[in-house]
Design a protein around this ligand. Sequence first.
Ligand code: GCU
Length: 595
Amino acid sequence: MKFKTTTIVSIILLCLSLVNISAQELITNVYGRKYQSLNGKWDAIIDLYDQGRKNKIYLNNKPEGKTDFYEYSFDHGLRLNVPSDWNSQMPELKYYEGTVWYARRFDTDKSADKRLFLYFGAVSYRCRIYLNGREIGSHEGGFTPFQIEVTDLVKDKDNFLALEVNNTRTVDAIPAMAFDWWNYGGITRDVMLVNTPKTFIEDYFIQLDKYKADKINASIKLSAKTANTSIDIEIPELKVKQNLKTNNEGVAEISFNVKKLERWSPDSPKLYKVIVSSDNDRIEEMIGFRNIWVKGEDIYLNDKPIFLKSISFHEEIPQRKGRAFSEPDAAMLLSEAKALGCNMIRLAHYPQNEYIVRMAEKIGFLLWEEIPIWQGIDFENTDTKLKAGNMIKEMVMRDKNRCSLSFWGVANETQPSEPRNEFLKYLIQCCKDIDTTRLITAAFDLVRFNKERQVFVMNDPFIKELDVVAVNKYMGWYHQWPVTPDKAIWDVAKGQPLIISEFGGEALYGQLGQADVVSSWSEDYQATLFRDNLEMFKNIPNLRGTSPWVLFDFRSPFRFHPTNQEDWNRKGLVSDQGYRKKAWYIMKEYYDAIK
Ligand code: GCU
C-alpha cells in the first residue's frame, strides 16, 4: 500500500500532538518582559454543536484544486475583540454558553538565543490552543493566567493561532452550575507572545518578612537547573545590592536587613524599584513592603491594629455590560472605591485582572483575592479538587509579589461537611506551599439568631483553620430582624478577627419612598437597611472590617424581577449607569468617621 506524503506527515503530526504540552510554570511579571501583544480583532466561528475539532478547522485549510471542499473559513467572517468577553460584543451572544473558535495570524522574529511563550491573561472558561495546525495545550479556569512555550513551534511568518473556547457550566467546574454573576465567555484578558533569553529569571518572590519590619526575604528561580549562577538583587532607593548564587535547582535565596524602609500602607502606598539580574537577563518592577498578621482578635498592619473599610466589586463594567479587562476599566472601578473612603477591596469572587491588582496597590488598597469556590462545588470530586488547587496556585504565583494582596480567600458560602473541609484544607496548603505570609480567610453565610440566648451565633468548626473569619449576612434583605438592630448582639468566632464580608440589599436607582418596605426596591429602603446594619455592627465585639455587597449593580441571570432587576443584581451602592444611590453616602460617612 502506497502512502501519500501528506498522510505520513499528518501521522507524524498526530503523534506529536498527542504529546501533552500542558501549561508550564508561570513566568513572573510578564508585563516587565519583552513581549509582542496579540490583542486586537480576531477571526471567530461560533461552534454551537462542537463540530470544529472533529472537522479539524484549526488546520485552516483552503480549497486549492477544483475538488477541494471545506465547509468553513476563518476569513471575512465574524470578528471579535481580544481581550473582551463575547457576550457583550453582539446581541446573539448575550446568553451564549458553548464553544467559540478564535483565530489570528502573526509573524515573529525567531532567533537562536531567544525562547518564545504564548501567554494568556485569562480565557473563560476552558480552552484548547492550536498553533500551525497542531494542538499544543489546554487550560481550565476562567480567571488565572497560563502560558505555553512555542519556541520550536513558530515560524517567522504567517503563524496560525486558533483557540477553541468553551464556557459551558458543568458540575465539576469552578464555579459550578449556578452562580450570581454573568457567565461571560471568551478570551477575556491580554494575549502576548513573550520572549526571554535561553536561560532566564523565571520566577522570584521578594517580600518583607511576615513579622520583621526591616528584613526582606527573596527567592529567585532560573528557568534552568544551573548551579552557581550569579544573581543580583538591587533596591537602589534603599542602597541595597545583594549578590547570590543559585543551587542545583537553579534557585537562589537570601534574607537581608534594610534601613529606613518606608512600609507600604493604604494611606502611604510606597513602592520601591526592585531589579533582579543575572548574566543574561534583567527584570524590574515596583514592589511594596509591609507586615500583616493577626494577634488575638486584631489584624495588625505594620505593627498597628487596622479596621478594614472594604468594598466588593465584580470584574465588570456595568455601562458596557461586559467584563473589565483594561487599565482604564481598572481606573473606573478603583476610583469609585477610593471615593467611598475604602482601604480594602474584596475582589469577588475570582482572581481579577492584573491591571486592577497592580493599580489597587499603587492607589493604596489592601486586597482579598479568591478563586470561585462559590456555594455548590463538587467537593467529593478529586479532579475538581486538583483543578481548584491549580487555580489557587496560579492566582498566588501571579500576585505573590503584590504587597497589597493581604488575604487569600478559599471559599464563599460553603456548607459544613467533611469533604468540604478536606477540600478547603488542601487549598489552604496550596497557598502556603508558595506563600506563608498572607492571611487565610473564607466567607460563610451560617450566622443564625439563637432565640434562647438572644444572640447571633455560628457553628462551623472549620473556622479554626482560618486567620480571619468572614461572614456574609443580609439582615433586612434575605433575613428579617428578629430583634431591633441595637439589640442584635453577636457571639461569633470569639478570639478571632471577624469581617462582615457581605451585607446589603437591592435598590433601583431613582426609585424612592417606602423606606420601610423591603420589596420596594427603593433607595430609601436600601438606606434604612444600611443604617440598621451599621447600628448592629456596634454589637459585634470582634468586628475588624466591613465590606458592603456591592460597589456597582452587576449582571446576573439569578435576578428575574421584570422591572426592578431585568438580569441585574441591584445591591450596588452605585447604579449600572454610574449614579450613586443614597446608601453610598451613608457608607461614605461611616468610613470617613473611622480613623
Ligand atoms: C451571596 C453571594 C454573592 C451574591 C449575594 C447576593 O452572599 O456571596 O455572590 O451576589 O449573596 O445574593 O446578592
